[in-house]
Ligand binder design. Sequence first.
Ligand SMILES: Cc1cc2nc3c(=O)[nH]c(=O)nc-3n(C[C@H](O)[C@H](O)[C@H](O)COP(=O)(O)O)c2cc1C
Length: 195
Amino acid sequence: MDSIIERRSIRKYKAQEISKEQITKLIEAAIKAPSAKNRQPWKYLIYSDKAKKQLLDVMEHGLDEESEAHALLPKSAGGLADAYNTLRIMREAPVLIIVINTNGKSPFEDIEPDERIAEICDTLSLGASIENMLLKATEIGLGTLWIANTCFAYNDLIEYIGEEGQLVGAVSVGYADEKPCERPRHDISDVMVWR
Ligand SMILES: Cc1cc2nc3c(=O)[nH]c(=O)nc-3n(C[C@H](O)[C@H](O)[C@H](O)COP(=O)(O)O)c2cc1C
């Protein structure tokens, strides 16, 4: 509960490095998550240093393409500025964990309703595992940002990453260089319904 209350999205990071042991603790927490039919549809790719820079150059190229052509997500063009801001944060954080749904397909492919149900279940399982990771990071004094803005550069990123499955998003990890206040939440009385 302490980690749940203390966790914040961190968008400013110190240059201080993170050890392999620290990242391993996060992934150990992630893989303890429940998953639909115990499918454990996850894979975590850890990028740092030069590998992270190269990956983020690919993302920047994808964002530039999307800014020019709006080919992937034309209705979400308003989110592109935020995606560039997220890219800046990803560059600053010393570690980036890319999250793959190993059973997933490209979001730009048509799928049948039963495949969609399975994908929803796998996405929920991945969300649970990501939250475990964020809470463990809070417990051991690290800051994180859960990132979905990779979607604007989806095709470039998944091709460069070279893994089967669906790119679900990413998590930036590092030592926080800010102490954000809690962001507002809906009042419990508005979201909890007794029947
Ligand atoms: C699925 C998901 C995707 C997110 N994607 C981004 C992102 O791409 N960039 C970003 O700055 N924040 C992103 N966030 C962070 C949210 O903006 C943040 O969780 C929310 O505003 C609440 O703030 P808090 O995490 O500090 O409580 C994402 C969060 C979730 C759960």
